[in-house]
Design a protein around this ligand. Structure first.
Ligand code: GDP
Ligand code: CA
Length: 326
């Protein structure tokens, strides 16, 4: 099977590990010779930020490190065995910002990326080069080579202003009420090379439990993306269980766009034109959304077996619905 997965960071990366196991594509090469299955990840780049002259792509790196065995497992982001000497030294110079967790090992990735971008390589080529080292076992494509950044309009007392998503998320812990979430640059962005072809060739699109607004939503905001995916059988895994995010602050993002924090409301927001099937947790077994096949099962990614079973359920539902889709 050929599966396309638009993914954010931690939730997306952990799900992808389960999907690789479910499809038997655990080989380091993207195209597994024995199973013929392949996974193409369309990574969110809306979280990307330039700090200290380095372009940082948190979601692409989280997927790459998680699938490549370099992730800090407990934390879910950043490198294992990390140190923060560069961050401390920058702070000693009074360099701002100080709220971003820039690790030393991680910094090497950003230096390679910055150097390649400065030499004129597009982000997709840079990502491919970085994956040469990490061998994530999936084809990892940025959603776009163009610069798209998620900004959040907040009213912090000194009037309305737009801040970068990372500042809102990390520095303010999403506690500053958001009035609006904007994908700056999205209107003129183009899907990265290979993205539309991968979708066109896919047997199914699976939405992992990533943030529906700032991860999956950002990918869908790239012109042409949503339409291309809607043409396929699309199955999603709810990131919301029992009216709350499992981790992170997705509820703050959903409120900002006027969507209730519930598995059903998220499916409705994604839309029946896009979604064919939607997996919700047993806690949300009563969920019904017009035009979308909703199934309930345990959705906590508590360990490798549980995560693989969730991924298998998503693939099975996609196969089942592909028979009836259009
Ligand atoms: P993202 O992948 O970059 O969007 O970042 P996060 O990992 O912060 O968020 C992903 C979403 O995944 C959050 O909204 C979480 O509620 C959700 N999530 C995290 N762990 C689990 C899990 O075990 N099961 C489910 N169903 N959702 C999860
Ligand atoms: Ca993210």
């Amino acid at each position: 099977m050929r599966i396309v997965v638009p993914a954010g960071g931690i939730g997306g990366a952990r799900f992808l590990r389960g999907l690789k196991a479910a499809l038997g594509t655990d080989a380091p090469a993207p195209e597994d010779q024995t199973t013929g299955s392949s996974i193409t990840v369309i990574g969110n780049t809306g979280d990307d930020i330039t700090l200290f002259g380095l372009r940082i792509c948190p979601d692409l790196d989280t997927v790459m490190y998680t699938l490549g065995g370099g992730i800090n497992e407990e934390q879910g982001w950043g490198r294992t065995d990390e140190s923060f000497t560069v961050k401390e030294e920058l702070a000693a110079y009074g360099m701002q910002p100080t709220w971003f967790g820039l690790g030393d090992r991680d910094t090497a990735t950003h230096i390679v990326r910055a150097q390649m971008l400065a030499a004129g390589y597009p982000l997709s080529a840079v990502t491919e080069a970085l994956c040469d080292r990490w061998r994530p076992g999936v084809r990892l494509l940025p959603m776009t080579d163009d610069q798209v950044e998620t900004h959040v309009v907040v009213d912090g007392g000194q009037g309305r202003r737009a801040i970068h998503f990372q500042e809102w998320w990390i520095r303010h812990r999403a506690a500053l009420p958001a009035e609006q979430i904007v994908s700056v640059g999205a209107e003129s962005a183009k899907p990265a090379p290979g993205v539309l072809a991968a979708i066109a060739e896919a047997d199914a699109v699976i939405l992992p439990p990533s943030n529906p607004v700032v991860s999956v939503g950002s990918v869908l905001n790239v012109p042409g993306m949503r339409e291309a995916m809607a043409d396929k059988t699309v199955v999603g895994v709810s990131p919301i269980i029992g009216g709350a995010p499992v981790r992170g602050m997705a509820d703050a993002c959903l409120s900002a766009i006027g969507v209730e924090t519930s598995a059903g409301a998220v499916a409705e927001h994604l839309g029946a034109d896009l979604l064919d099937g939607w997996l919700v947790d047993e806690a949300d077994a009563g969920t019904a959304v017009e035009g979308i096949e909703v199934r309930s099962r345990p959705l906590y990614m508590t360990g490798p077996e549980e995560t693989e079973a969730i991924a298998r359920a998503a693939v099975d539902l996609a196969v089942e619905l592909a028979g009836t889709d259009r």
